[in-house]
Design a protein around this ligand. Sequence first.
Ligand code: S6P
Ligand code: ZN
Length: 193
Amino acid sequence: MNPYDYPLSLKLDFSTGALEPGVHVTPRRVSDLALMFHDKEAVAAAIAQRDPVVYEILSQGFPGSRTDAAIAISRIYPGRVGDEYHFTKGHFHERDDQAEVYFCLKGEGYLLLERADGEFRAEPWQPGTISHIPPAWGHRVVNTGRDLLFFIGIYHLSAGHSYKQVEERGFAQLVVERDGRPILIPNPRRIPR
Ligand code: S6P
Ligand code: ZN
């Protein structure tokens, strides 16, 4: 008997983003994102100080005998490294036929999306925003608010994660603070193809 062939319900706390039961929690610290933030001096200073947690992934797979649906809550803490707002690493799915749905439950920010051919989108996010991520679009969420941002991602375990392209090239645009407000600027370290 596969327990995931039977219904299962989880409980989400709408104020904290906590999800129970049986959820696997993966913290990501500044050191895990050292290749992603553009200001390497600010990265080194943050790591030397206390290497803060930027976000946590609370994941629950449902690997049944005929499906492998999964969900994950990502909780991004407010803050910046240098002038760049906290974000998820960002990835492409290994399988290029795998879409995903993101649902913003709390906080404000952007969903950055980019295709391998350079097509780029920045979707403004607030609670209630539901974004469809089509296959073959890299995706990253940025928290530009003063409070926690969290969202649910719904996907298949078979989709897989590839971080290589984002580590090497980043996204086309960065979300940075200027005069106390978030703006998008071209990524200065983008290597021309
Ligand atoms: C999985 C889904 C999310 C992310 C999570 C963290 O396909 O997109 O659960 O894994 O938001 O982002 P990242 O880029 O560190 O995996
Ligand atoms: Zn994904």
